[in-house]
Design a binder for this molecule. Structure first.
Ligand code: GLY
Ligand code: MN
Ligand code: MN
Length: 430
């Protein structure tokens, strides 16, 4: 593993909390994700299912977690099924987890090979009244046109045990995962620290006529060298007007003298993520107009992030952030006060220059699970990411930090990432 072992007390506590929310006499079954295939025998790689990871810490394919807190026999209360390792697997893929290692990582005493799952479950299923099964419940972009391991588990279980009750494990995990424990916050902080160092490296490398992907390479070099597991998402390195395409990831353009670069990137460390955005001038010196736009966005970030505190409802926060951006758009001469006064409230004018939300939960998922109707609470971690995009001027600016909500307000976990104009220019010119 590239990351330091995580104390299994995290996963033990997560399971205790999860089980306390299960209905009486039910079994929860959580499956790992598939290793996704590409062409021929090539694979795209493996990312663990986050609910399974949250409850077990096992970061390996072909894993099933079974929780049955009311089981008559104590040994059936929690079982982790893992891939049976063999000499052949060892020759081709290297070491896989032994049973003892799986116990050490997860704190689960009973470890079985995955091929024994169906038989073991059979004994427990007739004692139980229902099942909790995992499923991707992302609001807008849940998996479609492909069958996941979870989909197959649901189909198999319902076919085999049609008269049991069925419940959604994700309904419980999305509630628990919204509040981060101290260990989780440390892991997010670790990801954030790698992000800070990676950003500084990029600033030093940036110069006119460099390709966007060369800056991406600097980012990747530092990320991997520092023990980051992977990019949290495909990094956006967008110069000039490319910065106005919100999910630009081609990163293949030449960075022209006089343009500004928007870099939105995240580090995944031990499956926990950071998500930050910074903007900087290709030639190390912001133009007057870039400074104006940048200062507006920075003001929105500074003022807006203060709104992230306990009790705030995310939709109210978003409205207030929109007002902050609207006021800056007037200052920048992009809208007039009159136009704004007379606008159709259903179609506010600011949306032409600022078209996305500015706070999402972050944790095991970059856009982490959890309900946005839930008021903010201490222990939540959210991004704050206002932006202003002016394609006709070739300027797109977004600034993004990650904030831990505390009883007193919030703590910026990405505080160490340079953001003031003078600091960025100084680092680029040293
Ligand atoms: N890069 C994705 C986001 O900022 O939400
Ligand atoms: Mn981002
Ligand atoms: Mn974000």
């Amino acid at each position: 593993m590239r990351y330091h072992p995580i104390s299994n007390t995290l996963f033990i506590k997560n399971r205790t909390q999860f089980c306390s929310k299960m209905k009486a006499n039910t079994i929860a079954i959580l499956s790992s994700n598939d290793v996704k295939h590409n062409n021929a025998d090539d694979v795209m790689g493996f990312t663990q299912n986050n609910d399974l990871f949250y409850l077990s810490g096992i970061d390996q394919e072909d894993t099933i977690l079974v929780l049955y807190p009311d089981a008559y026999k104590k040994e059936n209360r929690e079982i982790i099924f893992i891939k049976k390792t063999s000499e052949l697997i060892k020759i081709w893929d290297g070491e896989k987890l032994t049973k003892a290692q799986a116990t050490e990582i997860s704190g689960i005493t009973r470890v079985e090979w995955i091929e024994d799952f169906e038989m073991a479950l059979q004994y427990m299923a007739f004692e139980a009244d229902g099942f909790y099964l995992g499923h991707n419940e992302h609001l807008k972009r849940a998996t479609k046109d492909q069958q996941t391991q979870q989909d197959r588990m649901i189909a198999w279980c319902k076919q085999k045990y049609p008269l049991h009750d069925y419940y959604r494990a994700a309904k419980i995990t999305r509630q628990l995962r919204q509040i981060k424990s101290e260990t989780e916050i440390e892991l997010i902080q670790k990801a954030a620290n790698i992000s800070v160092a990676s950003f500084k490296r990029v600033l030093k490398a940036c110069k006119p006529n460099i390709k966007e992907y060369e800056l991406e390479a600097e980012l990747t070099y530092n990320l991997i060298k520092s023990g980051g597991t992977r990019h949290a998402f495909n990094p956006i390195v967008a110069s000039g007007k490319n910065a106005c395409a919100l999910h630009y990831i081609a990163n293949d353009a030449l960075c022209k003298d006089g343009d500004m670069i928007l870099m939105d990137f995240g580090v995944c460390y031990a499956n926990y993520n950071s998500d930050t955005t910074r903007c900087f001038p290709v030639n190390g010196k912001f133009s007057e107009r870039q400074k104006e736009v940048y200062s507006s966005v920075l003001k929105c970030l500074k003022d807006g992030s203060k709104l992230l505190k306990p009790g705030v409802i995310p939709s109210d926060y978003e409205k207030q952030m929109a007002s902050l951006v609207e006021a800056e758009l007037i200052k920048l001469g992009l809208l007039t006060a009159d136009e704004v006064l007379n606008q159709d409230p259903e179609q506010p004018l600011y949306k032409k220059y600022f078209m996305h939300g500015t706070a999402h939960h972050i944790g095991l998922d970059v856009h982490d699970v959890g309900l946005y109707s839930r008021p903010l609470e201490a222990g939540m971690v959210l991004t704050c990411e206002p932006g202003i995009y002016i394609p006709e001027e070739g300027i797109g600016c977004r600034l993004e930090n990650d904030y831990l909500i505390t009883k007193e307000g919030n703590i910026n976990l990405t505080e160490a990432m340079p953001i003031e104009i003078e600091d960025i220019e100084a680092l680029m010119n040293n």
